[in-house]
Design a binder for this molecule. Structure first.
Ligand code: PEP
Ligand code: MG
Length: 325
């Protein structure tokens, strides 16, 4: 098996009907980037920048942040990297960023975290924006914001970047060759106003880990609930289908970066919904490429439309039977 995936490393993931699927990987540490070459992933679809913060005893200085981003791009050797701004707070709380309120967060996943925290701690956000702009000087910067729940949060976050960009421009610093902004879609409310925000986005990445817990009101960290709700349940798949439909006709690159995309039947379902970019755990890149090469997207889309209209008793069984047929 291992040898088979090594062979797949240099194989491009085309489906039988000739659709090129982007198979990217998730990362969070400088050393993870080496997995790009090992797996042959198309790039890093989710770089979790909070890891640097979580392993530091104090707030990482701007220069250190910039150096990490530069190192990551160097190691990626021209492959695309999407940097996600910090998703800290909630359960990933840091001793050096505290708030009276955060201590009282009874539901940390739904609490003062990610962009909610960053937009209030503007110093933190400004430093990260500048570090990303500096670290990606001369190269493409792809940046995405976590936990966006309403369009104004995206605008406020982008404004911080625009201000830092102005500052660097005035001082004639080298800037990124291009800057693309996107959001994580992981809070269900954003799906309801996505049409308003889409024209301002280059890409959207669906974070199915958080999205699932919010859709089902089921804590993703609670083992008692781990098996209760299936990623391939009609609720999730219908929700995702609507998101795919809201993107039709817009030049926005839609992908999935939650763990769901790295599992075989789940990935099959996502392809059936029209998702064409997956960012997954490095170990899943080979197996998912193998899956991609076996399917015809028109056939799975037809099957999926039927299942969504009239869900089978067990969607997982239906997908498994389809895969085995
Ligand atoms: C997600 O929520 O699906 C996601 C990819 O982000 P994280 O797991 O870091 O919350
Ligand atoms: Mg998330």
């Amino acid at each position: 098996k291992r040898a088979a995936y090594a062979e797949l490393r240099d194989v491009e993931p085309f489906t039988r009907d000739g659709e090129r699927i982007e198979v990217m990987m998730n990362a969070g540490l400088r050393d993870d980037v080496g997995m790009l070459a090992m797996t042959g992933a198309d790039g890093i679809g989710l770089y979790r920048t909070e890891f640097q913060f979580l392993v530091s005893a104090a707030l990482p200085q701007r220069e250190r942040q910039a150096r990490l981003y530069r190192d990551v791009l160097d190691a990626a050797k021209g492959k695309k990297v999407i940097f996600r701004t910090v998703d800290i707070g909630g359960d990933k709380s840091l001793p050096y960023i505290s708030s009276e309120n955060a201590k009282e967060d009874e539901n940390p996943a739904m609490g003062w975290r990610a962009l909610r925290l960053a937009l209030e701690r503007k110093g933190l956000m400004k430093a990260q924006a500048r570090a990303l702009l500096e670290g990606c000087a001369g190269r493409e910067l792809n940046v995405m914001f976590p936990m966006v729940s309403e369009p104004w949060e995206f605008d406020a976050a982008k404004e911080v970047f625009d201000q830092q960009l102005d500052y660097l421009k005035k001082r004639k610093h080298q800037l990124p060759s291009a800057i693309n902004f996107g959001v994580m879609l992981e809070v269900p409310s954003l799906a309801e106003t996505l049409d308003l925000l889409i024209p301002r986005l280059k890409f959207i990445s669906i974070g199915t880990n958080d999205l699932t817990q919010f859709l089902f009101a089921a804590d993703r960290a609670n083992p008692m609930l781990a098996e209760r709700y299936d990623w391939v349940s009609p609720s999730i798949l219908r929700f995702l289908k609507r998101v795919v439909q809201s993107c039709v006709g817009h030049p926005v690159n839609l992908g999935v970066c939650g763990e769901m995309g790295g599992r075989r039947l789940e990935a099959l379902a996502l392809l059936g919904l029209g998702i064409r970019r997956l960012s997954i755990t490095p170990a899943a890149v080979g197996p998912i490429k193998e899956l991609v090469r076996k399917i015809d997207t028109r056939e799975i889309a037809d099957a999926m439309n039927g299942w969504l209209a009239s869900p089978p008793p067990d969607m997982r069984v239906a997908l498994q039977e389809w895969a085995d047929a």
